[in-house]
Ligand binder design. Structure first.
Ligand SMILES: [Zn+2]
Length: 598
């Protein structure tokens, strides 16, 4: 076909114009005309209403729209999934189904709090306590929902059909009451417990985080940490071991003051070798070569043991802060998770600051020591470092160890390290008291139900999501924060007369406290107190525990909480659960998809 000449093009233009189609149409203008027409005509509303729900919703196509955090603007990712959220319901509408499309807002939790802190210029949690929780939560309340207008503009402009008029918000009293009901229901089934466990912890936000929050995208950032190899001096009747330095390797020197044990693998072979400095060192045979610089190419092997033979071997702790306090502390313990892939094959155990560490010491009957406070700062149990934030303390601790001559190697270690998903501070592991959903008790059921989900693409089912479910842990659902649904647990303030009450509705609160709350947020909810019925002296009081819920517990409650189930719409809920269609970006396999499934 010949290339069209100018004259031909000119002719074509004329004939197109003759047909009423402009040569250079303004697409944005055309789009606005369509949008205006839809708005005036009520086309979307009519497309829903014109289709019958059918008996028990048999003609409905149920779409769950994941609630975005209400305090940020939409970004590219929202727009991209937004098209799919629109196309599939439209297709089903064209097939004659009734597809309601209700928008929702995730209003609570750290995203809102961090935004409010920025606006108020707050750096520390204690400043919030000083200004008062009421004032802080007011700031949170006004920081969320300020962009709803922008969201509506973006979503509408991309031609998505969404019902903003009947949106749901996780901060609504009805929504929060349903969340409270969910907590109580899990509690009644024995699926909620309070535990003292090691969790990833943000020392700036002063709260533990869940497994979900530490496995999201962008949480692991590159970070440089000091790595030190330190010798623990063994004391033993066996002269092959007495005075030998058992080498441990750590990238968290700040945990060394809290060292309570050393772990070896029962089946790994350990050797005592003479270093170039004349000292005798104990480490895994497989790791000797990695220390050639300090130990020499082929150091003389003086003795060999299996890990099992080393169990119970005593050593002198490198710091004496917790020396001599517990009979079982400061000895070699066995642990199957120890590897010879890095370090020395002997693991330094500080149970308050390592999840696996604590499992080992729990089994050995060793009590946790916790010299680091909520802000990640050392307290008076370790006087030389008192008042120092743990990462700041690292160089001081290393310098002190070097003075004692127990550091075999000090290097810099580059690794991907978890950071707070909201404030980007490097997290620490820390033993804290927290409330958990006992996910491990019904994990098998979740794996089974996942088989019924039609995943697109299909490999997510047994891959990304299936694997995540198989390895699911108990879910830490409490946050030591301010802006969120309250943990509905009241406890006696006198341990002599213990009592725990869990509430699942406003009616139950009204029954016991004599007032029906109009707002379930802190601090109002904390003002509900009453005398402990189990205390004959009448002195102790029932007070709410201070924590609020993980906001992912709230968004995961969306299918029932959006309609105030079970207090209202019980019948509606029965045939709108589970949904027919959900679409979100694949990171939500660890986020919203997961918490919905739980
Ligand atoms: Zn944080």
């Amino acid at each position: 076909m010949p290339y069209p000449k100018n004259t031909d093009a000119g002719k074509a233009t004329t004939s197109t114009e003759a047909a009423g189609v402009p040569v250079q149409p303004s697409f944005p203008e055309l789009e606005r005309e369509v949008l205006d027409y839809w708005a005036k005509d009520g086309t979307f509303e009519a497309s829903v209403q014109a289709r019958e729900a059918g008996e028990k919703g048999s003609n409905e196509y149920v779409f769950y729209d994941g609630p975005p955090f209400a305090n940020g603007l939409p970004h590219y990712g929202h727009l991209l999934t937004g098209y799919v959220k629109d196309v599939v319901p439209r297709y089903q509408t064209m097939r004659g189904r009734r597809v309601e499309r209700r928008f929702g807002w995730d209003c609570h939790g750290l995203p809102a709090e961090v935004e409010a802190e920025k606006q108020l210029g707050i750096k520390h949690k204690n400043e919030i306590e000083r200004m008062g929780i009421a004032a802080f939560n007011d700031a949170c309340r006004s920081s969320v929902l300020r962009y709803t207008r922008e969201w509506q503009d973006y979503v509408t402009r991309q031609a998505r059909w969404v019902d903003f008029a009947n949106d749901y918000k996780t901060l609504d009293l009805d929504y929060m009451e349903s969340v409270m009901w969910a907590f109580k229901t899990l509690w009644d089934k024995g699926l909620i417990y309070e535990g003292f466990r090691v969790l990833w912890y943000c020392w700036r936000c002063e709260t533990p985080l869940s497994n979900t929050e530490t496995k999201m995208d962008d949480v692991y950032l590159d970070r440089q940490d000091p790595a030190v190899t330190v010798g623990l001096t063994v004391t033993s009747d066996d002269e092959r071991l007495d005075g030998v330095r058992a080498l441990v390797w750590t990238t968290t020197p700040w945990t060394l003051p809290s060292n309570l044990a050393a772990a070896v693998h029962p089946d790994v072979r350990y050797v005592v070798v003479r270093g170039q400095d004349g000292q005798r060192y104990l480490l895994a045979e497989a790791r000797v070569a990695a220390y050639a610089r300090e130990l020499g190419e082929n150091p003389e092997v003086l003795a060999a043991f299996t890990g099992r033979e080393l169990a119970g071997t005593r050593y002198v702790p490198v710091f004496d802060f917790f020396a001599g306090q517990q009979p079982n502390a400061h000895q070699v313990l066995l642990a199957d998770y120890v590897t010879t892939e890095d370090g020395t094959g002997i693991v330094h155990i500080a149970p308050a600051y390592g999840e696996e560490d604590k499992e080992v010491t729990d089994a050995a009957g060793i009590e946790v020591v916790t010299p680091v406070d909520e802000r990640g700062v050392f307290d008076s149990q370790v006087p030389p470092y008192e008042g120092m934030q743990v990462f700041e303390a690292n160089p001081h601790i290393i310098a002190d160890l070097k003075k004692r001559g127990v550091v075999l190697r000090h290097e810099t270690y580059d690794h991907a390290y978890p950071h707070c998903w909201r404030c980007e501070s490097p997290l620490i592991q820390r033993a804290v008291s927290s409330w958990f959903v006992a996910v491990t008790k019904f994990r098998d059921r979740m794996v089974e139900l996942n088989k019924q989900i039609n995943w697109v693409p299909g490999h997510i089912r047994d891959g990304q999501f299936g694997k995540w479910l198989e390895n699911a842990r108990d879910w830490s659902i409490s946050r030591n924060r301010f802006w969120g649904s309250p943990i509905p647990v009241w406890k006696s303030d006198d341990p002599k007369y213990p009592r725990v009450d869990v509430y699942g509705s406003l009616d139950e609160l009204a029954r016991d406290f004599g007032v029906r709350p109009e707002d379930l947020h802190r601090p109002m909810i904390d003002q509900l107190t009453r005398p402990n019925p189990d205390d004959p002296t009448g002195k102790s009081m029932m007070r709410r525990v201070p924590e609020v819920l993980d906001c992912w517990f709230e968004s995961g409650s969306m299918p029932f909480a959006q309609v105030h189930y079970p207090f209202e719409n019980a019948e509606w809920f029965e045939h709108h659960y589970p949904g027919d269609f959900i679409v979100e970006y694949n990171g939500q396999t660890r986020g919203w998809f997961y918490t919905l499934h739980v």
